[in-house]
Design a protein around this ligand. Structure first.
Ligand code: CA2
Length: 144
């Protein structure tokens, strides 16, 4: 079972800026934790980070046929991107949406997600555990 984890724009700054909102763990540390969790779950995991909407769309399209599931933190594109939503819907790759912060507890513009409606589930607000729980949920969904 192959899972692709996609980190959206600015998440390369994790652990380096705004630790009061996004914590002090870096993206590399999150990926290491996910790799360890994936091993426990018997899954293979690969990672991608991009600040560009088009690149994320390409990554999702290129994953078709080689990846069984996607765990994505679309970051700011969550609230704007019809293109990423359409890529998920049109490839049909089962996708879990994750957020470090609770997007429903923040500014109004963050309460709307273009991605949730094409995702099998959403984990938001549990810090980096959102990624780990999202991965677990994805694997469990694929095993059924
Ligand atoms: O809570 C999340 O995971 C978000 O997806 C993070 C996005 C935000 O736009 C979403 O509304 C919620 C922002 C990611 C920016 O990441 C940074 C990391 C460190 C320092 C600054 C930004």
């Amino acid at each position: 079972m192959r899972i692709l984890v996609i980190h959206g724009p600015n998440l390369n700054l994790l652990g380096k800026r705004e630790p009061e909102i996004y914590g002090s763990t870096t993206i590399d540390e999150i990926n290491t934790l996910l790799k360890k969790e994936a091993k426990t779950l018997g899954a293979d995991v690969e990672f991608s980070q991009s600040n560009s909407e088009g690149e994320i769309v390409n990554t999702i399209q290129e994953a078709m046929g080689s990846v069984d599931g996607i765990v994505i933190n679309p970051a700011a594109y969550t609230h704007t991107s019809v293109a990423i939503r359409d890529a998920i819907a049109s490839t049909g790759i089962p996708t879990v949406e994750v957020h470090i912060s609770n997007i429903f507890k923040r500014e109004d513009f963050r309460k709307k997600s273009f991605i949730s409606g094409v995702s099998i589930g959403v984990v938001s607000g549990l810090g980096i555990d959102s990624y780990l729980l999202g991965l677990r949920g994805m694997v469990s969904y694929l095993k059924k």
